[in-house]
Design a protein around this ligand. Sequence first.
Ligand code: ZN
Length: 611
Amino acid sequence: MKTLLVSFLVITGLALNAQNDKYQFHLDINMISNDLIQIELNTPNIKSDKIVYNMPKIVPGTYSIYDFGQYVMDFEAFDKDGRPLSVSRLDENRWEIENATTLTKVSYWVEDTWDAEVDELVFEPGGTNIEKGANVILNNHGFFGYFDGMKRLGYEVNVTRPENFYGTTGLTSVSTKGNVDQFTTENYMDLVDAPIMYNVPDTLTFNIGGAEILISVYSKNKVATAKELGKDIKKILELQSDYLGGKLPIDKYAFIIYLYEGQSGSGGSGALEHSYSSLYYLPEMSADKLSDFVVRVAAHEFFHIVTPLNIHAEEIGDFDYINPKMSKHLWMYEGVTEYFAEHVQVYGGMQSPKEYLGVIEEKLTGAKMFKDDLSFTEMSLGCLDEHKSQYGNVYQKGALIGLCLDVLLRDNSEGEIGLKDMMEMLSKEYGKYKSFKDEELFEKITALSSPEIGAFFKHYVEGASPLPLEELLGRVGITFKKDVKVQEITLGGIGLSYNPETKHLFIAGISEMNDFGNSMGYKVNDEIISINGEVLDIQNVQEQLDDYKQNVKEGEKVTVVIARERKGKVKNKTLKGKAFLVEKQKNYLIEFNEKATKEQIQIRNAWLGQK
Ligand SMILES: [Zn+2]
């Protein structure tokens, strides 16, 4: 019986070999030498005399040219008898193989991007990491390529790993035999869309909206854990799931989090989104310090499951890794995503409407750093080259475009339909496998809503007019003012810094100290213990200081307890004074209009999710 089975397998194996129609990659992450990993590929059958093997020049979501081929070396091609075939390197990312009909195997070595010596380091969430015995990040576009015209064949990646390692991924098509994990995808796009992180696991899983959520954390010094970070991510995901109607359009999603020690290599930190996962590169800090940032970034990345995953142009649906063409709709992929990530917090009750007005002010101030007279669709088309420096505005003005659309849609529908409903309609119209034509999207949205939305796109997204925020916010009973002077209760004009040893804020500078500060008698290095009886807690000190500024009235008594060093001894001392108002210049002032009409308030409440 056994013998029979074996011979049957051999025959089937031969038959498969005779018409191999997929890519089969093998790598062993135990065998790392000089920071390099060897990749072996059993190639699919090639029908032409010559064939070009490509590594991506650029990958979706990064909007930067990275040339992943530059990290590949010792590229070799072989026929079935192991005889080398002639290979010429066409450029950074492409290798041409001769006698390709006889090709059966390709082999090369890959160096990771994270510590490479290059002019522009790859933003880490889109790069690759090889740390022998500790962590390997397979952002698959950095390790695996494709032959011309053959991106749509199946992929099989076989990874031999240390026994105690686990590979975190958003893929569900994974099988394991001994120390070998096998990942399969239907095509190259799906492989690139699914990074894998290998290390000794620290994971947490839970279910939300019908999806299995996997949190995986690599923290070399065990400063933060999956359990701790997962707790905060879970809270925001629950809000996001409700926001999207309670059922998520995915079965599994992985948060792959790498916490780096010391300085960031590229100088940045953040994340890159994929359909079923997102990969985070964040400083190694305790979970309570990281929490706010993680929640904000996770909310943004996770909302990408709406767009571009389920609503995207052909330029994205059939991504060209070598000659990328940009879509003109970054206002939607990044802008609406960022808008949702902020808006869900007020809509779900995690933030007050007043706090949300502060978020709008921040976005406006952020957008001031960029050109306001550049068409957003033009910027989007040129974001790799001509308008590269303006790309960051997608998170600022892009989010404000989302806000304007949401207000307009609510206003046009007596509060019934918002931007999230519009996006749901679009995802039903298109979806993961159906791309829209770049030119047709505005018409489609206009047809689903109203001519006023079409006019908005024409003037403010394709056109270069500044957004009509004063008018639109006015419709929901919110006033918009620019360059205003406001009166504000002062802390004394002192420069504050943080002492991690005592966990207190201390006075680092008094060069701009005002009359109030002088009357209190602050000195440099005084540590602030409490203000008006409230002990400062570094976790929410910003809130405490904001509360003080908002609630204390001019002329009221103020007491501040400080710790001051004298003759080598530190003693607490109570300073007393009377609260002062000072004039402050603000770029933008967004406030609720006390004279708002009932209708305006009704639409505003629908927009901000207030009952
Ligand atoms: Zn994004």
